[in-house]
Design a protein around this ligand. Structure first.
Ligand SMILES: Cc1ncc(COP(=O)(O)O)c(C=O)c1O
Length: 408
């Protein structure tokens, strides 16, 4: 029916969107945004329907988002450069801080050069801009949506190998036209790591570039919190590393790091990097400070590891994990979306935010709770969460193999 306050096109679109939303709701796929509260003791609290809940949904893995040193660095940059970069990087949006951060990142990530972008999603979109039309990119089955979107944007084709399975990847390499292998290093929804040495070996053998997205590993894994790509021998180093600043680095933005010519080319030619306002100087300054702090304070990483071990020990034998957690993320497999939402709702009643992750973020039948721990959570809080999860868990658990469903 035409709405007198809208044009016929807007009315039709509104109705189509309403129908889609209703379908999502009935399938248990509707997401609700909660409002974040001011942090206390560095911990993320969330207000939901007037109730204050402790969040286990944050990616601030090292508890740095309220660190006064990061805030002071951001404040100085705000004062000096204002609230916005005000232009694209190639049109005057860059500051001396952008150049300093790019040099720091290249060094930290063990690459020749780096390019800073406003978000990780954009960095991934930009990072595949060198692909030829109809090229094939081999993706891990569980790669982040932005890695796959980049292949679509480049008008290339994605072929997905079974999760963390280099043998399947090697099989797919036999087809003509493969130009890239892409993987996350630490998977953001399952919490396990990629078989990087094997994938790098395959790529090297075929003379192909390997792209590694370190979004969930940066700050958490690696000798200086600098991710997993640096742990490979020099002759197996991935050609392209993507790092994001919105997780353990407690800031905003992202980078692509790699050989100088590749980065120079992306800076000139990658549309998601060229046609966008440069990252705000305050975020650049906070990121620089975060790298300094986490280099100097390795205890944050060990504290996080302890919390993860504690949580896993508390639920071991009770609940199915998506994988053995290697970073801050622990996936607890439920299977069905509606059931996962129900457990998440009961946990909220008990005072905890633990998000239900459902398709299309994860494959059909593998809905799970995603617990992310941080160095700022206390031992007592982690224990309380584990007890609440055990109490809320349905009696008929789903086996991981069943729940993961058919792959590739
Ligand atoms: C693996 C991975 N890559 C990239 C991104 C995108 O990063 P950003 O949030 O900075 O856009 C995310 C964020 O969820 C991610 O998990």
């Amino acid at each position: 029916m035409t709405d007198p306050l809208r044009s016929p096109g807007a009315s039709a679109l509104t109705e189509a969107c309403r129908q889609r939303l209703r379908w999502r709701e009935s399938a248990g796929l509707l997401r609700r945004a909660m409002v974040r509260e001011r942090a206390q003791e560095g911990l993320p609290w969330v207000i939901d329907n007037g109730r204050k809940l402790l969040s286990f949904a944050t990616n601030d893995y090292l508890g740095l988002a309220h660190d006064p040193r990061l805030a002071a660095a951001a404040a100085t940059a705000l004062e000096r450069y204002g609230t916005s970069a005000s232009a694209a990087g190639l049109l005057g949006g860059r500051t001396a801080l952008h150049a300093e951060l790019e040099a720091r990142l290249a060094d930290w990530l063990g690459q020749e050069s780096a390019l800073v972008l406003p978000s990780g999603y954009q960095a991934n979109l930009a990072a595949q801009s060198f692909l030829g039309r109809r090229a094939i990119v081999l993706h891990d089955r569980l790669n982040h949506a932005s890695l796959l979107a980049a292949t679509v944007l480049a008008r290339a084709r994605a072929r997905r190998y079974r999760h963390a399975d280099p043998v399947h990847c090697a099989g797919l390499l036999a087809q003509p036209g493969v130009e890239l292998i892409a993987t996350e290093s630490l998977f953001g929804m399952d919490g396990d790591t990629a078989p990087l040495t094997a994938l790098a070996g395959l790529a090297a053998h075929r003379g192909l570039p390997l792209l590694v997205d370190e979004a969930h590993a940066l700050g958490v894994l690696g000798p200086e919190g600098n991710g997993l790509a640096v742990t490979l021998p020099a002759d197996l180093r991935p050609a392209i590393v993507v790092g994001t600043f919105g997780k353990a680095l407690a800031s905003q933005g992202a980078c692509i790091a790699g050989p100088e010519a590749v980065i120079d080319f992306l800076r000139q030619a990658a549309a998601p990097a060229v046609y966008t306002t440069a990252l705000a100087p305050a975020a650049v300054a906070a990121t620089l400070k975060a790298i300094e702090v986490l280099r100097e304070e390795p205890d944050r990483r060990s504290m996080l590891r302890q919390r993860v071990q504690q949580f896993v020990a508390a639920i071991a034998g009770h609940l199915p994990l998506t994988a053995q957690p290697e970073g801050a993320v622990i996936g607890l497999l439920v299977g069905e979306a509606t059931r996962t939402v129900e457990i998440s709702r009961r946990l909220a009643e008990a005072g905890f935010v633990v998000p239900a992750i459902r398709p299309p973020t994860v494959p059909e039948g593998s809905s799970r709770l995603r617990v992310s721990l941080t160095a700022a959570h206390t031992e007592a809080q982690v224990e309380a969460l584990a007890a609440a999860i055990r109490a809320c868990w349905p009696t008929a658990a789903v086996s991981p193999a069943m729940a993961r469903g058919p792959q590739a």
